[in-house]
Design a protein around this ligand. Structure first.
Ligand SMILES: [Zn+2]
Length: 448
């Protein structure tokens, strides 16, 4: 199946996004798609100064040349973030023009237009300016309101357009970041298999196949990402779009991310900067992804058929002990209540844990095989990332290996969702795995 065929099939299942055009020269299809999905309506191109030149003006001209009524609005500020005031600004533009938004730009423009359109009960078209992250086609908008980043529930764009002539001209690091954000779905898939085995979050086959089936082909072309060939960049953008579609199908972010993303969330929450700026989401996730691959390598070296289930259950802490551990660990964290709250949701009774441990022990040879087929080795993932120019060590994003190792303790606790570290805690091998990854000869050996 070609990527395009996979995409068409996925869109049939998607709850929210119904049209997509990802190709060289895709901007030209804007009037046709607009008339198909918004017949008889008027459009307004919403963009910023930079993207106006790169793509916005072209869209505006194509729409008018084809006789589709179209206005334009260029966000006046030279530099801006996804903040509430811009949602209000765009809402006002949509009210005044009575038009449908065509968001032309980065994830920020998209998030702002997504929420503003939703607040007026409208849908919109997204034209991406960079293949940088999977948020374009996700339902929900990440906006800073009252000083805190919040995710507002709202539908994904009705139509997504990615033109490789535009995407290839975005700064190279943005495409690399998008590549890494897509590669994260490899270990995240492995962790979903663990949650499936534990019975906490069963695999949803439609969502799983939409994203996982295309990944090996798309990720293999790391050189194409470094060279920014139209095909490679289109494929990455298609993969990122399909990620959002998988989320729409699953009605959940489980298909998109797991522990590798939690390292990134930790950095965001602690306002980490490197060389005076925030590290791109995809670059944080890149290091998280190779880290998880290294942990999977170490996990798969273990012989869990010999697991002493009784001993593991006897060592299993009570909920109170876990909450106390999280409270202590998170006491100086900017959001101290996060760990205790999430672990209280995640903790399971000794009876449930016994059941899960028996499943691990009894199915280990097959389950191990399943994980190996899913998750790339550290070496394979690292080599792909190095080729694509993505960071592969914590120090490349301004974090020491000691800090990164210590973050693993937080990562295990900071989300209710079952991850690899929960399997390690239940089987009492957490410390061994951490020691093997960060110790002498480990993939992320401290001091190496
Ligand atoms: Zn991501």
């Amino acid at each position: 199946m070609t990527i395009k065929e996979r995409m068409d099939k996925a869109l049939e299942m998607a709850g929210q996004t119904k049209g997509a055009e990802i190709s060289q020269g895709a901007l030209k299809s804007t009037p046709v798609l607009f008339n198909k999905f918004f017949p008889g309506q008027k459009a307004v191109v919403i963009t910023d100064h930079f993207v106006w030149t790169a793509a916005g003006e072209a869209v505006y001209n194509i729409m008018n040349a084809e006789g589709v009524p179209c206005e334009k609005f260029i966000i006046p500020d030279k530099s801006f973030h996804a903040e509430w005031k811009y949602v209000e600004m765009i809402e006002e533009v949509l009210k005044q023009t009575g038009a449908i938004a065509i968001a032309v730009g980065s994830g920020v423009i998209n998030d702002v237009c997504k929420l503003a359109s939703h607040r007026l009960g409208q849908r919109y078209i997204c034209i991406a300016s960079a293949a940088s992250a999977d948020g374009y086609s996700a339902s929900g908008s990440a906006i800073v309101k009252d000083g805190a980043k919040q995710t507002f529930v709202c539908p994904a764009p009705l139509v997504i357009i990615g033109d490789s002539d535009v995407l290839c001209n975005a700064p190279a690091r943005l495409t690399t970041a998008g590549y890494a954000d897509l590669a994260a779905k490899i270990p995240a898939g492995g962790e979903w298999l663990i949650a499936d085995l534990f019975g906490t979050e069963p695999i949803k086959p439609d969502a799983w196949h939409v994203i996982q089936d295309m990944l090996p082909e798309v990720l293999a072309d790391a050189q194409g990402i470094a060279d920014r060939t139209p095909k490679a960049v289109e494929n990455i953008f298609a993969g990122l779009t399909m990620s959002g579609v998988a989320m729409q199908i699953a009605n959940d972010t489980r298909p998109l991310s797991c522990a590798e993303h939690l390292y990134s969330h930790y950095l965001d929450m602690t306002h980490h900067t490197f060389e005076d700026r925030m590290v791109l989401h995809g670059f944080q996730v890149s290091v998280g992804t190779v880290t998880l691959c290294a942990f999977f390598d170490e996990l798969l070296k273990m012989d869990l058929t010999k697991l002493d289930v009784d001993a593991c259950v006897a060592a299993w802490p009570t909920k109170e002990q876990e909450v106390a551990r999280a409270t202590e660990l998170f006491k100086n964290f900017p959001v101290p209540e996060l760990g205790p709250t999430e672990i209280a949701k995640k903790w399971q009774s000794p009876e449930e844990v016994r059941e899960q441990l028996l499943r691990v022990k009894n199915t280990w040879p097959e389950f191990k095989e399943k994980l190996r087929n899913q998750v790339y080795t550290f070496e394979k993932m690292r080599d792909l990332f190095v080729t694509a120019n993505a960071p592969v060590t914590p120090e490349q994003i301004g974090v020491s290996r000691e800090q990164w190792r210590n973050m693993t303790n937080f990562v295990q606790l900071m989300r209710w969702r079952v991850n690899l570290f929960d399997l390690a805690k239940r089987t009492q091998i957490f410390d061994t795995l951490v020691g093997n990854v960060f110790g002498k000869g480990g993939a992320l050996e401290i001091g190496a």
